[in-house]
Write a protein that binds this ligand. Structure first.
Ligand code: HXC
Length: 257
């Protein structure tokens, strides 16, 4: 892998994916995105991994899709390219995903962070959908996920002016979970990942699926879906382990079975 660094044992059951194209502020070119796609596919079926952290570096999470690579493209190239599938792939990953964002998260980079389940941001994080300034518009969730998160007025402003918002504003508009100093944003993301990794991976998977369902269906349908997932967990050993551990006043040891 040239543009992705993967550490499978970053913490127990926690994998870390680092976008690694620092000179270009982690601009998301086709190779980087296909490496990311392959990595996600492998980690999603790896029993040793329960939570995935996606990060960049202090200066940039990712400054968007690679403009140099897109500049000469036509409609058919875009249609036939597989680039956009990766944004969908990350949102469909069955394991919980956390974006650890510092510096720029712009365009496709902002969309990538928003495709994760949670976002831990450093004080220097900046979010934006500046595509409008280069004659296009968001194409991987910036008009949809962003609008669901921040509401119509703010989404319109961000998408139509391309202006960035800082971490404080992103928190106020519920794009991110919390802001921490730059020196500790990775530690904070790892702490959150480790907390989740200590739970039953079956329960986290079905709980994640159920929360995501809330964006897709009516309340009644969502409640029905939630209930079925809840029942399903009663055929797991982890349910017995979790409840017995509580009664025996000890820490549960979840096996994902
Ligand atoms: C290609 C990029 C890039 C990008 C930065 N670089 N962003 N290259 N694609 N998206 C490159 C610059 O060309 C430069 O390379 C190097 O990274 C450092 O960037 P500078 O501009 O010199 O840094 P700075 O002055 O600090 O400005 C940072 C910045 C600016 C504000 C983030 O780089 C910027 O505006 N970038 C573009 C942001 C953007 O428009 N993103 C949306 C892309 S479209 P050289 O070789 O000159 O040193 C998109 C569509 C997604 O994402 C659709 C879904 C797939």
């Amino acid at each position: 892998m040239d543009f992705i660094k993967v550490t499978k044992d970053h913490a127990p059951y926690v994998a870390l994916i680092e976008l690694n194209r620092p000179k270009e502020l982690n601009a998301l070119n086709i190779q980087l995105m296909s490496e990311l796609g392959e990595t996600l596919k492998a980690l999603d079926t790896d029993d040793e991994v329960r939570v995935i952290i996606l990060t960049g570096n202090e200066k940039a999470f990712a400054a968007g899709a690679d403009i140099r690579q897109m500049a000469g493209k036509g409609t058919i190239d875009m249609l036939q390219g597989e680039l956009f599938g990766i944004w969908t792939q990350i949102s469909k990953t069955s394991k919980p995903t956390i974006a650890a964002v510092s510096g720029f998260a712009l365009g496709g980079g902002c969309e990538l962070a928003m495709s994760c389940d949670m976002i831990i941001a450093s004080e220097s994080a900046q979010f934006g959908q500046p595509e409008i300034k280069i004659g296009v518009m968001p194409g991987a969730g910036g008009t949809q996920r962003l609008t669901r998160a921040v509401g119509k007025a703010k989404a319109m402003e961000m998408v139509l002016t391309g202006k960035f918002i800082d971490a404080e504003e992103a928190l106020r508009y519920r794009i991110i979970n919390r802001i921490v100093p730059v020196e500790v944003y990775m530690q904070e993301a790892t702490k959150l990942a480790s907390e989740i990794a200590a739970m039953s991976p079956l329960a986290t998977q079905l709980a994640k699926e159920s929360v995501n369902r809330a964006f897709e269906v009516s309340l009644e349908e969502g409640l029905y879906f939630e209930r079925k997932n809840y029942y399903m967990l009663y055929s797991s050993e982890d349910q017995k382990e979790g409840m017995n551990a509580f009664l025996e006043k000890r820490k549960p040891d979840f096996k994902g079975k």
